[in-house]
Ligand binder design. Structure first.
Ligand code: IPM
Ligand code: MG
Length: 353
């Protein structure tokens, strides 16, 4: 096949990790006979610097035309002044919204090879395999917000419609059928009206459309605890935008590093957007120490979900497991032991392929 892949390296370590993922995709093309055409565009802080806009129209147009989009990271201290009119993060939120990417799949797998990299005890993390389904284009990220009293008061509204809840819960239910058949919906229904609607709608969809799938609800504060005390009990976890953002950073400690977790943002047709769940890590940018595996695994998700190349995706995932089994570690998962750099890790994955 011939696929167009837009690369959005962004800020901080973004360009470094995207470069490694590109190498892995090129190696995949070479061994499979597919052709991947790459185009690189601006997003985030670098786009603000060069065009004044965190999501330039030319970037959005290229993304609409692509088969898949691979993003590095956006943000950094240079653009973090609370008084700044435009922030890099606005570019990421805008592309998610513009492309209708409402379903964010964030798999959390604890590799046997890495059990010692987790701050949690091996018997707790062994075998963990959770798929977070985070709603990505609604909730408090996109509700009304503003300031009053000359800026002395500020508000951000969490709003969900029935249709938004239904469609994300369906994604979770369908994913559970392909996995271990269980959905956990996370909300704060004991306090928030918006969560009471979430719980009512989610329960109705699960009962009516997924009677074969085991279903439970958990409050978000309790989930923060259960995720560390009994992560092995969860299969698919569906939740809103903000709770999903927070719980998946927490969940990254199960495998042991934020540098290991990929994500896919999908809509109804159209290109998907694939990115590591980590940020731009400005403190280590340019030092060849970032872990590229999250982005490499995001590239594998792109092959699976947007290009239909399941075998090629699985081959990349197997290569990553192989390099971990062979003992290759970037600093974030080395626990103070010997480590290799970003580029060497990318090379190791290519060699394993
Ligand atoms: C994520 C990130 C983003 C989010 C930021 C960079 C806007 O934290 O993808 O998890 O909050 O969604
Ligand atoms: Mg986040």
């Amino acid at each position: 096949m011939n696929a167009r892949i837009v690369l959005l390296p962004g800020d901080g370590i973004g360009p470094e990790v995207v470069a490694e993922a590109r190498k892995v995709l090129e190696a995949t093309a070479a061994r499979s006979g597919h052709t991947f055409e790459f185009e690189t565009h601006l997003i985030g802080g670098i786009a603000i610097d060069e065009t004044g806009d965190p999501l330039p129209a030319s970037t959005l147009a290229a993304c609409r035309d692509a088969n898949a989009i691979l993003l590095g990271a956006v943000g950094g201290p240079k653009w973090s002044d609370p008084a700044a009119k435009t922030r890099p993060e606005a570019g990421l939120l805008a592309i998610r919204k513009e492309l209708g990417l409402f379903a964010n799949l964030r798999p959390i797998t604890a590799w046997d090879e890495l059990v010692e990299a987790s701050p949690l005890r091996p018997e707790i993390v062994a075998g963990v395999d959770i798929l977070f389904v985070r709603e990505l284009t609604g909730g408090i990220y996109f509700g009304e917000s503003g300031t009053e009293d000359d800026g002395a008061t500020a508000y951000s509204v969490m709003r969900y419609t029935t249709a938004e809840i239904e469609r994300i819960v369906r994604v979770a239910g369908e994913a559970a059928r392909r996995r271990r058949g269980k959905v956990t919906s996370v909300d704060k229904a004991n306090v928030l009206e918006v969560s009471r609607l979430w719980r009512t709608v989610a329960g109705r969809v699960m009962e009516a459309e997924f009677p074969d799938v085991e279903y439970e609800v958990v409050l978000v504060d309790a989930m923060a605890m259960h995720l560390l005390s009994r992560p092995g009990d969860f299969d698919v976890v569906v939740t809103g935008n903000l709770f999903g953002d927070i719980l998946t950073d927490e969940g990254s400690m199960l495998p042991g590093s934020l540098g290991l977790l990929p994500s896919a943002a999908l809509g109804d047709g159209g290109p998907g957007l694939y990115e590591p769940i980590h940020g731009s890590a400005p403190d280590i940018a340019g030092t060849d120490t970032a872990n590229p595996l999250a982005t490499i695994l995001a590239a594998a998700m792109a092959l699976r979900h947007s290009l239909g190349l399941e075998d090629e995706a699985a081959a990349i995932e197997a290569a990553v497991t192989g390099v971990l089994a062979a003992g290759h570690r970037t600093a974030d998962i080395a626990r103070g032991g010997p480590s290799i750099g970003t580029t060497a890790m990318g090379d190791a994955v290519v060699a394993a392929l």
